[in-house]
Design a protein around this ligand. Structure first.
Ligand SMILES: [Zn+2]
Length: 352
């Protein structure tokens, strides 16, 4: 075990903990440009009051619109961390896989590997090892690696049958004999929420409540959150609620970051990384993704933590891929991720 650890450990980093956050189907266009002027004013894509939505998300230029949509990204991460994927500047992030939908995208990111065989959202248990279970095998991290997901496919993508990690999916409550009041309430809420998108998906706010109460009670070292509202609202053609999805993810990331920076266990030794599983199409194809929606292989990444230079919005012409994030996260934790498959290189500019 000691030998394995000495091989796995590569460099001293400040991060002792990491939070990985996936935002299903969140486009780079909304992150870097804010609300899309055409979609925002297309009546069929709107359900909410347009005057109220304008106050919330509209602005006279891109800077105003993106600040309103994602205030934590543009007031904090853009000053203290990094934002990759503004294609208007030639800064490119893409999925490596050729499918451009959810299971393949998440598998590529978590495993650091594009496996052509993984070609369906109902694909069974993932045969490829992921960086979460790699962490869970390291000394001092066993049982300290947890996932809370808004979509039930995460149990298969992470293959919890193989690794036995906590992967909490829709319909499941957090178990334990010493649950806090907040955890009990988060569990109970699950009985009362509408199944707006069916049984396989739950609202991100609920996933967040389960995650946050678990973090406060148990202080896990690696937290993986998988949000899904944006993709669901996108497929339903509700652009106003799609924007709300982005705005609320931004707010939940801010709340979690502020909590962690006030908790000595996490303060100044935790990195948060946020990314989607794929993009979406352009124009009226914004509701969809996959190869029939050109552009939906285009993604983005945000990162904030003690080992990452505060270069903000990345402006250099460059190209990174989602299959690089797993090794990036491993290296942030001072480890080299090895698995039963090749692993993409870390993103070098993430490190000081
Ligand atoms: Zn997706």
């Amino acid at each position: 075990m000691l030998l394995a650890l000495s091989i796995a450990a590569i460099a001293q980093t400040k991060a002792k903990n990491v939070v990985m956050i996936s935002v299903d189907g969140c486009r780079w266009q909304e992150i870097f440009r804010g609300a899309d002027s055409v979609l925002f004013y297309t009546k069929k894509y709107r359900q909410q009051d347009s005057a109220a939505m304008s106050v919330k998300y509209w602005g006279k230029n891109v800077a105003e619109r993106r600040n309103k949509l994602m205030p934590f990204f543009w007031n904090t991460i853009s000053k203290q961390g990094q934002l990759y994927g503004n294609r208007d500047l030639g800064n490119l992030v893409n999925v490596r896989n050729k499918y451009w939908f959810s299971y393949p995208g998440r598998s590529e990111t978590l495993c650091g590997y594009y496996d052509e065989k993984i070609d369906a959202n109902d694909y069974p248990n993932n045969p490829n090892e992921n960086v979460l279970e790699f962490f869970n095998k390291q000394k001092g991290m066993e049982g300290k690696v947890v996932t809370f997901a808004s979509w039930d496919a995460l149990s298969r993508i992470i293959n919890r049958d193989r690794n036995g990690m906590l992967v909490n999916i829709p319909g499941e409550k957090v178990k334990g004999n010493n649950l806090t009041a907040a955890q009990k309430l988060a569990n109970e809420l699950q009985n009362y929420l509408p199944e707006y998108f069916g049984k396989t998906v739950r609202f991100d706010a609920h996933t967040y409540a389960l995650t946050r109460s678990y973090i406060e009670a148990n202080h896990p070292r690696v937290v993986h959150i998988d949000f899904a509202d944006m993709d669901e609202f996108g497929h339903h053609g509700q652009y106003d609620s799609f924007l709300d999805g982005a705005h609320y993810v931004d707010a939940m990331v801010e709340s979690l970051w502020n909590y962690m920076q006030a908790d000595p266990f996490y303060k100044d030794k935790t990195t948060i990384i946020v990314y989607p599983d794929h993009g979406r199409g352009l124009g009226d194809k914004w509701t969809s993704h996959g190869t029939s929606a050109p552009g939906s292989n285009e993604t983005w990444m945000a990162i904030l933590g003690p080992d990452t230079p505060a270069t903000g919005e990345m402006k250099a012409k460059s190209q990174i891929y989602q299959d690089q994030f797993a090794q990036t996260v491993a290296q942030l934790m001072g480890l080299k991720f090895t698995a039963n498959h090749p692993v993409g290189e870390p993103v070098k500019t993430v490190f000081k």
